[in-house]
Design a protein around this ligand. Structure first.
Ligand code: ATP
Length: 288
């Protein structure tokens, strides 16, 4: 991990040796995690790796069997009353559909917080303005998910947990959601984002943590995870006998040589580095 220099004051979340078992099955197996104040931290990992279990322990919704957990200076296993209002939560399961309209629902939940955002503003922010009079049971899956997000940000949380927030979003809604996350982050909200969309992690996260079999196996910025920035580049081009390519630590040198060899434009030339998905899949594969 690259966070050894963080002092406790800089951390929104600090976890050491977290353990959770369900019967004989170990869901979280000695997990360590630091999330800095003000960052967007994304948890990546395959189905069943222990992400939701971990996040729900951090949110105070599940008990743990071992380890030390500090979230905004408190133990979520024994939180003082005000602590909950400092945290925003968008759970993986969608809210139950109800007879209440969107605006009634958001208005209702606003009363739970000491300093809520204006409910109308929140409805606008998540793109539900046109649906504000609709009953929540009449919303589409993606629209209900937006309502979940609205309820999660209503209380101006210092720390926002988003568990697979954009599942069921169309591409435009996903981009709108990304803008919303950036806006919240600009307001200094710390965000923990669990996602299976690697482009979402790449777009939003300052750092990602890869979870496998109940442990964090690597933490880094999306650009540097798994030595992505320093890994070999692939340079493909089209030679006289068809496609060719070279794996290299110095793509600039290869391109210069090719340019000389072809005396100008090199047909089919590209330089590609491993994508976040490439390094992620490699890591997960190696951890199995
Ligand atoms: P996904 O990406 O599918 O959401 P995840 O990383 O969030 O997966 P968890 O939901 O934390 O994974 O599950 C971790 C392990 O714990 C899995 O093997 C799961 O079957 C098990 N598990 C989770 N909740 C329970 C429960 N309430 N009772 C028994 N086993 C559980």
């Amino acid at each position: 991990m690259d966070n050894e220099s963080d002092s406790d004051d800089n951390l929104a979340i600090s976890v050491r040796g977290l353990r959770k078992t369900y019967g004989k099955s170990v869901a979280v197996d000695g997990l360590d995690l630091d999330v800095r104040r003000g960052e967007v931290f994304s948890l990546l990992g395959p189905n069943g790796a222990g992400k939701t279990t971990t996040v729900e322990i951090l949110e105070g919704y599940r008990s743990r069997d071992g380890g030390a957990v500090d979230v905004l200076g408190e133990d979520p296993g024994r939180p003082p009353k005000a602590w909950r209002t400092r945290i925003g939560i968008v759970l993986q399961s969608v809210n139950d559909a109800a007879e209440l309209t969107v605006e009634e629902m958001v208005g209702h939940f606003a009363h739970y917080y000491p300093n809520p955002r204006n409910p109308g503003d929140v409805i606008d922010l998540v793109g539900l303005t046109e649906k504000r009079k609709a009953r929540t049971r009449q919303l589409s899956g993606g629209q209900r998910r937006r309502l979940d997000v609205a309820l999660g940000i209503l209380g101006r949380p210092e720390l926002l947990f988003l568990d697979e927030p954009t599942t069921g979003f169309d591409p435009e809604a996903r981009r709108q959601f990304w803008s919303l996350i950036r806006l919240l982050n600009d307001e200094d909200t710390t965000i923990v984002l669990t996602t299976h969309y690697l482009e979402e992690a790449e777009e939003l996260a300052d750092r990602v943590g890869v979870v496998s079999a109940g442990k964090i196996i690597e933490v880094g910025s999306p650009a540097r995870l798994g030595g992505r920035d320093s890994g070999k580049a692939t340079v493909p081009w089209t030679g006289p006998n068809g496609p060719e390519s070279e794996q290299t630590d110095s793509p600039t040198r290869v391109v210069t040589e090719l340019s000389r060899r072809f005396d100008g434009e090199v047909p089919g030339l590209a330089v590609s580095r491993p994508t976040l998905e490439d390094v992620y899949l490699k890591m997960i594969g190696a951890a199995r």
